[in-house]
Design a protein around this ligand. Structure first.
Ligand SMILES: Nc1ncnc2c1ncn2[C@@H]1O[C@H](COP(=O)(O)OP(=O)(O)OP(=O)(O)O)[C@@H](O)[C@H]1O
Length: 324
C-alpha cells in the first residue's frame, strides 16, 4: 500500500533571520532584517505588508534563495534551505517584483523551457493549461515582447507554477496591472489557494491584502511587528476614524498630539484614534484646540491602512535601518 506523504503543518518557517548587506567604499553596511520569526501555515493566503524599505523583498529573496542570509534558519515545506536546498526550492514558485521577459521565446516556449529547467517530464507538463488559466491562450505563440505589462506579469505567474509547487510567492504582483487584469489574477490566485496552494503575497494595496489574505504579517524596519489572522488583527487594533469637515479648509493639516491625521477630499481630514485610549470627545477637543471650527463630523471603521499606520506611527524606539 502506498502511503500519502505527510504534509507539513507550516508551509514556511523562518527563525531568527538576520540580514546585513555588506557596505562598500561609498556606502556603509545596511541591516535589512533584524531577527525575523515568521510562520506561514500550510494552505493559508498570507499577506506580507510593510512600507518601502521595510525588508519584504530581502525576506522573500532569502526564502527564494537569491540573497544570502547573515543569520537564522528558513524551512520551506519542512526542508531547510541550507541543507536541503534543492528540495526546498522545488517546493516553491516565486513571481519576482521586476518583470523579467524572455524576449527570445513565445509564452508557450517560455513555459516549456522553465518546465525543462525544473526537470518536469514532457507528459506531465501543463503549459497549455496554465496559459488558458491565466488568459494567455491566444498569445501562446506571440513574441513575448509584443505582450502588455499585465500579460507579461501573468506569464511570470504561469512560469512560477510549471513545476506544481505547493507554495507560491508573489512579490508585489499587481504593480502595473490594470484593474480588470488584477481581478482576473486574484481570481486565479484564490482558486489555486482553494485547491491547496499556500500563497504569500507582498502588496502595497492594503485593501487587497485585507480582502484576499486570511493572515497578515506587518514588517517594519526589518522586524515583524504583527502576524495574525486578518480579522483578529483588525479587531485587536481598536482604531477608529473621525472624519472632520472644517468650516474653512486649513492651509496645513492640524498636528494633533497622540492622533494620526490624514487629508481627505475638499479640505476634510481624518483623525485616527484608539478606542481604548481616547474618545470622539477628546478628538474633537483636540481639533478645536488646534483652531479648527468644525462644520461636520462622521465616524467610520478603519481599514488596514489605518491599522498599519497606527502600528508603526511614532515608533521611534526601533533603530532606523536606513541610518545604519
Ligand atoms: N543589495 C542591497 N544592498 C544594500 N542595501 C540593500 C540592498 N537591497 C536592499 N537594501 C536595503 O535594505 C533595506 C530593506 O530593503 P527591501 O528592498 O528588502 O525592502 P522592501 O520592504 O522590499 O521595500 P520595497 O517595498 O521598496 O520593495 C532597505 O534599507 C534597502 O535600502
Amino acid at each position: 500500500m502506498t502511503q500519502t506523504p505527510r504534509l507539513p503543518v507550516n508551509a514556511i518557517e523562518v527563525r531568527g533571520l538576520k540580514k546585513t548587506y555588506k557596505g562598500s567604499r561609498k556606502s556603509p553596511p545596511k541591516t535589512a532584517l533584524r531577527g525575523v520569526d515568521l510562520t506561514v501555515p500550510r494552505g493559508s493566503m498570507f499577506g506580507l505588508l510593510g512600507p518601502n524599505g521595510a525588508g519584504k523583498s530581502t525576506l522573500i529573496n532569502i526564502i527564494a534563495g537569491v540573497v544570502n542570509k547573515s543569520e537564522g534558519t528558513v524551512r520551506i515545506w519542512d526542508r531547510d534551505i541550507d541543507h536541503e536546498a534543492r528540495d526546498a526550492r522545488s517546493a516553491l514558485g516565486v513571481v519576482p517584483q521586476e518583470i523579467v521577459a524572455d524576449v527570445f521565446f513565445t509564452p508557450r516556449e517560455a513555459l516549456e523551457v522553465q518546465a525543462g529547467f525544473y526537470g518536469v517530464p514532457a507528459d506531465e507538463r501543463r503549459s497549455d493549461e496554465l496559459l488558458a488559466a491565466l488568459g494567455l491562450s491566444d498569445k501562446a505563440n506571440a513574441y513575448v515582447r509584443a505582450l502588455s505589462g499585465g500579460m507579461k506579469r501573468r506569464l511570470m505567474v504561469a512560469k512560477a507554477l510549471v513545476h506544481n509547487p505547493p507554495v507560491l510567492i508573489l512579490d508585489e504582483p499587481t504593480a502595473g496591472v490594470d484593474v480588470e487584469l488584477r481581478r482576473q489574477l486574484w481570481d486565479y490566485v484564490r482558486k489555486i489557494n482553494e485547491e491547496g496552494v499556500t500563497v504569500i503575497l507582498t502588496t502595497h494595496y492594503l485593501e487587497e491584502a485585507q480582502e484576499l489574505c486570511d493572515t497578515i504579517a506587518i514588517i517594519n524596519r526589518g522586524e515583524v511587528v504583527a502576524c495574525e489572522p486578518t480579522e483578529q488583527l483588525l479587531k485587536r487594533l481598536d482604531t477608529r476614524n473621525v472624519v472632520v469637515t472644517p468650516e474653512t479648509a486649513p492651509d496645513t493639516l492640524p498636528a494633533l498630539n497622540g492622533f494620526i491625521v490624514a487629508p481627505r477630499a475638499n479640505g476634510a481630514f481624518v483623525v485616527t484614534y484608539r478606542t481604548g485610549e481616547s474618545s470622539v470627545e477628546q478628538v474633537l477637543a483636540a481639533v478645536r484646540a488646534a483652531g479648527v471650527t468644525i462644520k461636520d463630523i462622521a465616524t467610520e471603521d478603519p481599514d488596514l491602512e489605518d491599522v498599519f499606520l497606527a502600528m508603526t506611527y511614532g515608533d521611534t524606539s526601533r533603530p532606523d535601518p536606513t541610518q545604519d
